[in-house]
Design a protein around this ligand. Structure first.
Ligand SMILES: [Zn+2]
Length: 212
């Protein structure tokens, strides 16, 4: 049996930022990741990381569906695929490959075409046409107050946009694991930087479609 492909969508109801970690000359201190056309995108590793985080929480809270289970937070990773727990099977670990591969999420239409046409007009704008600049401050955890000289400016993709990507499931995946994954996706509340500040809130989680 070949791999199963699933489409997924991310619809944001708050501005979202997934950052490169690079500083560039310009107005923003942290810039969102962009593809070769200069259009913002969200790396599959970011999406997969959020799915894994919520899957672990769900399994820890006790999912009473056979064969779904978790080796537990304090125990070593599972060693063989046939006996591995749901988390290790789906997301992999240092000794097991993941049954799940998550592709990048690209900006959906009509926004993608719009952003590209704006970028054609100005290849290197000071403020990109597709983002807002959001100020933030760094807080001292110890003193619980704002650190001096730690005002920063982040790029953020505005709320209301939709990103689309693909998830590949290896043929060994069980129907229960597939269903578990889709249920987990619905629980993901937010994605990207500064989630505690309400950034990157999702409309209806990571929406994973049915088999095509
Ligand atoms: Zn495991």
């Amino acid at each position: 049996m070949p791999d199963t492909e699933r489409a997924y969508t991310l619809t944001f109801r708050a501005p979202v930022g997934v950052f490169t970690g690079l500083c560039i000359a310009g107005l923003g201190d942290r810039t969102v990741v962009r593809d070769v056309d200069g259009v913002p995108w969200i790396p599959g590793s970011t999406v997969k990381g959020r799915l894994r985080f919520f899957a672990e929480r769900l399994l820890l809270s006790g999912v009473d569906v056979d064969p779904l289970r978790y080796h537990g937070i304090a125990n070593p990773h599972c060693k063989s695929l046939s006996e591995a727990c749901t988390l290790c099977r789906l997301f992999g670990n240092p000794s097991l490959p993941a049954l799940l591969r998550v592709g990048q999420a690209s900006l959906g239409e009509p926004w993608r075409t719009l952003v590209q046409s704006l970028l054609v007009e100005d290849r290197n704008p000071v403020v990109r046409p597709d983002v807002e600049i959001r100020p933030g401050i760094a807080l001292s955890r110890r003193r619980r107050s704002a650190l001096p000289d730690h005002l920063f400016l982040d790029e953020a993709v505005p709320a209301g946009l939709r990103f689309e990507g693909k998830i590949l499931l290896s043929d060994g995946i069980r129907p229960e694991e597939d269903a578990f994954l889709r249920g987990t996706g619905r629980l993901v509340d937010a994605l990207g930087a500064r989630k505690a500040a309400g950034r990157g809130a999702l409309e209806s989680g990571i929406h994973i479609g049915e088999a095509a």
